[in-house]
Design a protein around this ligand. Structure first.
Ligand code: FE2
Length: 436
């Protein structure tokens, strides 16, 4: 859970859907091995795309999770969070080493991957870290050009450019390593695999197939949860490593720092963390980076690292909704487990938030205050407006990855005013787990 604020001038955006597919020599697998036979790209980048800035991000192409059992995880995220189980690449489509499920909601695309043997990277990582985020993939105009630029900027390769192609189009992917277990893929798409076609229900990649009618998909269509896109994505890194990764995002992906909190901002009597927020050039995505800070007891970041093989990784994804009350009510009805705050939170919050809004000439919180309290939603304001947010408990048995459900009414921050109340709630959970 963390912040936001300004907006930067957007870089030019380039239509990713106009390049023809390329074919070449097959190469090995990695986090891009999403169910299709890989071919190296022999193409060169188009001059126009290079000029337009190869690291200009068009969209969050997808977020890939490595999970122990993709079929079952797909139904968890569908039933609890309202995702559509849209496509699959598995034995039935010729994918023999892993199974991949495409889940969608709004402009959110998750790929859930599990290995079919103990030696598959997804199986090995799940054994070490449990289920979690492997790849935060960005759509770009030219994946090879973006990869080459990132490598020139100092990135370490996760896997070299490869193209998955058939008669209807192609998907080119290339990956770089970021903190811990996580990588960033660059993805460029052509023909039937262009992102606008995927958004309209087209196949995600060659060797994916659409699923037939599923009851849960029909149910979700009739009972939407209203989640629209990934608002931000937070990484936890080791003590003393936050600034290293801040520099990495500045240098390699050419992001900028968005806001900065230190342990005076984000601490309670017992535990603390430090956080800096990195933003892509066009503010498509913000990526706060946390490290533990000294406190009387264990930082929530250290608890994450302890249960994640002392390896950095994604702590939470914030999913944006336009109607926080509806989304949270629907998710609660489906059984999603949220952090709960003491009732005293609401004795203070309206004074704090509405004072800030009035001072800055903004409308007061328009949502029903009693309903916000009933649903346990958090509220915060800054000089640009307010936001509503709520955090799930961990999505797996290990206290690692969780989701945030966030709605912005002008505010571009991350709920700084809630940190103290929130962290005290988190400490109660840590205590229950014997980890404080
Ligand atoms: Fe957050």
């Amino acid at each position: 859970m963390i912040l936001h604020a300004d907006t930067r001038v957007g870089r030019p955006r380039v239509d990713p859907g106009n390049r023809s597919g390329e074919r070449g020599r097959p190469i090995g697998s990695g986090c891009a091995d999403l169910g299709a036979k890989a071919m190296t790209s022999t193409s060169t980048s188009t001059a126009s795309a290079m000029l337009a800035d190869p690291l200009s991000l068009i969209d969050v192409d997808h977020v890939q999770f490595y999970v122990g059992n993709a079929k079952q995880a797909a139904f968890f995220y569908a039933h609890c969070f309202g995702f559509t189980i849209e496509q699959v690449a598995d034995l039935t489509t010729g994918c023999r080493d892993a199974a991949h499920y495409l889940l969608t909601q709004g402009n959110i695309r998750f790929i859930l991957t599990s290995g079919m043997s103990a030696s598959h990277p997804a199986a090995m990582e799940c054994a070490m870290y449990g289920d979690g985020v492997k790849d935060v993939a960005f759509t770009v105009a030219d994946a090879q050009a973006a990869y080459e630029r990132a490598i020139a900027n100092g990135a370490e390769s996760a896997y070299e450019p490869r193209t998955f192609a058939d008669d209807s189009g192609s998907v080119t992917m290339a990956g770089i390593k970021t903190y811990g277990r996580v990588c960033h893929s660059f993805v460029s798409r052509t023909g039937a695999y262009a992102l606008d076609r995927v958004k309209a229900g087209g196949l995600f990649k060659p060797n994916f197939r659409t699923l037939g009618r599923l009851g849960v998909n029909e149910y979700n269509k009739a009972n939407p949860c209203g989640l629209r896109f990934v608002d931000h994505l937070v990484g936890n890194v080791e003590l003393g490593k936050m600034n290293h990764w801040v520099s990495w995002y500045e240098n390699v992906l050419e992001f900028s720092m968005f806001k900065h909190f230190d342990d005076a901002d984000i601490s309670t009597e017992y535990s603390a963390l430090m956080s800096k927020v990195m933003a892509s050039g066009n503010n498509l995505i913000k990526m706060p980076i946390n490290e533990p800070a000294e406190g009387k007891k264990k930082s929530q970041i250290q608890e994450y690292l302890d249960w994640h093989c002392n390896t950095p990784g994604v702590q939470h994804l914030a999913l944006r909704t336009d109607d926080e009350l509806h989304s949270v009510a629907e998710l609660r009805r489906r059984g999603v487990d949220f952090l709960s705050l003491p009732d005293t939170y609401y004795e203070l919050v309206w004074g704090r938030v509405n004072k800030m809004l009035t001072e800055n000439g903004h409308e007061a919180v328009r949502e029903d205050h009693d309903r916000i309290r009933e649903l346990g939603i958090l509220v915060d304001a800054d000089d640009e407006g307010y936001l509503l947010q709520l955090f799930t408990k961990p999505l797996q048995d290990r206290p690692t990855l969780f989701f945030e459900i966030i709605c912005r009414r002008g505010s571009q921050s991350f709920g700084k005013g809630n940190f103290k109340a929130l962290f005290e709630a988190l400490e109660l959970e840590q205590e229950k787990r014997g980890n404080l």
